[in-house]
Write a protein that binds this ligand. Structure first.
Ligand code: SF4
Length: 257
């Protein structure tokens, strides 16, 4: 159960430091952040959302460790990085900017990996199914498409030498996926063998809901593999910016809901 215990705000200067505490069961998360009152888009507050996600994950980890289990995920294990990764529209924006800012050789390599995977998805006819499953919000269809995607063995374009090349900026859904089972089982995602860490809250889902464009052209999230091909529509479908403090309050209310 979440509850916002404190959230201070002072007469709306250009920016201010806010302090907040979010209660999760018997635990609480405290954070402070410098917040501007200039209108912003959610992607401009991503580092704060990532920070809160990491703190929620720590609670989940503490709970499995208290039961005598250990996290099996290690640097250099990219076994789960061929999954269909959902990213919020805010994260998609930030990741597109990250790719744009890469040195030209590296950027060309990453873009080529995105293109190759998209071509493969197109060739096997999975793109239409994927779009339909997302628009319908059909979880069973999404699960089936996710499994078909995994079986194509398309490593994430950001995976290099079995490690995440954008680790500090990786999506919330990547942060939230941790297992306590043998990593060898991750080569075939099966709930019978793969035991993932149950988190008290998925901050990723909160961000998807916040990023929902409400114009029926899409959802608040999209598959990571489609971010570059959707760059223009993401730009066109942006909601008007709003004061950061209002965005944060909206985020905290959804997190508490
Ligand atoms: S973004 Fe990083 S952690 Fe996520 S799937 Fe890609 S390589 Fe793996």
């Amino acid at each position: 159960m979440f509850g916002i215990e404190t959230l201070t705000e002072q007469n709306r200067p250009k920016s201010e430091t806010i302090e907040a505490e979010i209660r999760i069961g018997s635990r609480s998360i405290h954070f402070s952040a410098q917040i501007t009152h200039q209108p912003v888009q959610p992607y401009e507050m991503l580092s704060l959302f990532q920070n809160i996600t990491d703190k929620v994950i720590e609670i989940g980890i503490d709970e499995v460790v208290a039961k005598g289990k250990q996290i099996s995920c290690r640097s250099g294990c990219g076994a789960c990085c061929s999954q269909l990764v959902p990213v919020s529209r805010a994260e998609a924006f930030a990741l597109i900017g990250l790719v744009d800012a890469m040195p030209s050789t590296k950027q060309a390599e990453v873009r080529a990996r995105f293109s190759q995977s998209m071509e493969r998805l197109h060739d096997v006819g999975l793109l239409d199914e994927l779009d339909r499953a997302i628009i319908d919000g059909d979880k069973d269809k999404l699960r089936a498409v996710g499994l078909a995607y995994f079986n194509l063995n398309l490593p994430c374009p950001f995976l290099e030498n079995q490690s995440c090349s954008i680790h500090p900026d990786r999506p919330l859904s990547c942060r939230e996926f941790l297992v306590v089972s043998d990593p060898a089982f991750c080569a075939k995602p099966d709930p019978e063998t793969v035991e993932s860490v149950v988190l008290p809250k998925h901050v990723s889902a909160v961000l998807y809901a916040m990023c929902d464009p409400k114009n029926h052209t899409g959802k608040g999230f999209l598959p990571l593999i489609q971010i570059l091909t959707n760059a223009t529509s993401l730009q066109n479908d942006q909601s008007p910016p709003e004061p950061a403090i209002d965005l944060l309050n909206r985020f905290l209310k959804k997190l508490a809901g």
